[in-house]
Design a protein around this ligand. Structure first.
Ligand SMILES: NC(=O)c1ccc[n+]([C@@H]2O[C@H](COP(=O)([O-])OP(=O)(O)OC[C@H]3O[C@@H](n4cnc5c(N)ncnc54)[C@H](OP(=O)(O)O)[C@@H]3O)[C@@H](O)[C@H]2O)c1
Length: 347
């Protein structure tokens, strides 16, 4: 279907779902044909914002349509499996927000059905599409720092939003706060250190300032070792201000340092920089295109459409999405036990 328009359905019209809707709207060659929301308020908001789309209060009705090329799922994390299974079961391609699932059984179930039905299945780790985090990856792959040995991926930010009905502050629905955002950083760390094999062990620690909910960790840090000898540090605090993310990657002959700052995560006016050291001199690497999750979200929709139309590879496959969940679950087990956890138990 190389020249045809791509018809998208969207399930979930909350804070991030509304950004997905806008990203679909602004993507060349993609039409937002149908939206499913839950509450009357969200259904009303979707109808008002997208009068050309059919809006349902039951996602099954959207999934039953036979004219959608893919469905974009942006609901609270504990519902990913249920909605994704319906989408894949209907034979439609799927773009599913992270975390892919809140357990590995859920991930395996979805992968099984996607394989049976021959569906494309992408997971919303959009940082891979960033002009800056992605540039760091291509420089590593091109050998700019030699063999990568170490990566630090770190975020300092303000507290999470509550989410509809407070799902993000309920461990049974969010899964864990590691699955909520550090999952992106585990994904980046594994991607950057790919040349050093796969993660083989994780040690993690965390604490909380939530008096009644110590299981929700505001501060979290992990050290993850790879089979080839490299290691990564993933660290996040939710007890800070604004949104400031850093990566530092070093190798046998050079180093990268990238940073991104905004008054909030969804700003279109961040400051960002990538500096690189080849063992000889430090250069500021030009980043022509702005980076930030709103920009990457648009690129993610565009990539999904290209994967459907032109067979280009997905930006993040279900296998990678499963790895990200596995690293988070292993980290959570390490926080709980105070011990190093082997990834072999999560493969
Ligand atoms: N990749 C990223 O950078 C990124 C960023 C943010 C969020 N996320 C992920 O995106 C997902 C949604 O997060 P959010 O911030 O948008 O949460 P949110 O603001 O709470 O929105 C979730 C929406 O899902 C809707 N919903 C719940 N059950 C539904 C159902 N059965 N059918 C249709 N809609 C249903 C809710 O509807 P009502 O409004 O009617 O209650 C709500 O509007 C989460 O998995 C989160 O982890 C990813």
């Amino acid at each position: 279907m190389s020249d045809e328009r791509v018809r998208a359905g969207l399930v979930g019209f909350g804070a991030w779902g509304q950004h997905h809707a806008n990203a679909i709207k602004v993507t060349e060659g993609v039409d937002l044909v149908a939206i499913a929301a839950r509450s009357d308020a969200s259904v009303g908001a979707a109808k008002e914002a997208y009068p050309d789309a059919e809006v349902y209060n039951d996602f099954h009705k959207l999934v039953e349509r036979d004219d959608l090329d893919f469905v974009d799922v942006v609901v609270p994390s504990h519902l990913h499996h249920e909605v994704a299974m319906a989408v894949l079961g209907s034979g439609k391609h799927l773009l599913l927000e992270k975390p892919m699932g809140v357990s590995l059984d859920e991930c395996d179930d979805m992968i099984r059905v996607a394989t049976e039905k021959k569906c494309l299945f992408a997971v919303g780790h959009e940082l891979r599409l960033s002009s800056m985090w992605g540039k760091a990856k291509s420089m590593i792959d091109e050998g700019f720092i030699g063999d990568p040995l170490y990566a630090l991926v770190e975020l300092s930010r303000n507290p999470y939003r509550q989410g509809a009905d407070g799902w993000r502050y309920d461990i049974d629905r969010v899964g864990s706060w590691i699955l909520e955002e550090p999952i992106h950083f585990f994904d980046l760390a594994r991607w950057y250190l790919e040349a050093s094999g796969q993660p083989e062990s994780i040690y993690a620690t965390a604490n909380s300032r939530q008096k009644d909910h110590p299981e929700l960790h505001d501060n979290f840090s992990a050290i993850m070792h790879f089979t080839g000898g490299a290691y990564a540090v993933v660290s996040q605090t939710l007890a800070a201000f604004e949104h400031h993310q850093t990566i530092k990657v070093t190798g046998t002959s050079g180093a990268l340092w990238a940073s991104w700052s905004g008054a909030m995560d969804r700003t279109r006016h961040p400051t960002f920089a990538l500096r690189a050291f080849n063992g000889d001199e430090v250069v500021n690497v030009p980043i022509e295109k702005p980076t930030g999750e709103l920009f990457e979200l648009e690129d993610q929709i565009s990539r999904m459409a290209d994967a459907i139309r032109k067979d280009v590879p997905l930006h993040c496959s279900a296998a990678d999405g499963r790895w990200s969940v596995a690293m988070c679950l292993a980290a959570e087990a390490s926080v709980d036990s105070g011990r190093k956890v082997l990834m072999a138990d999560y493969l």
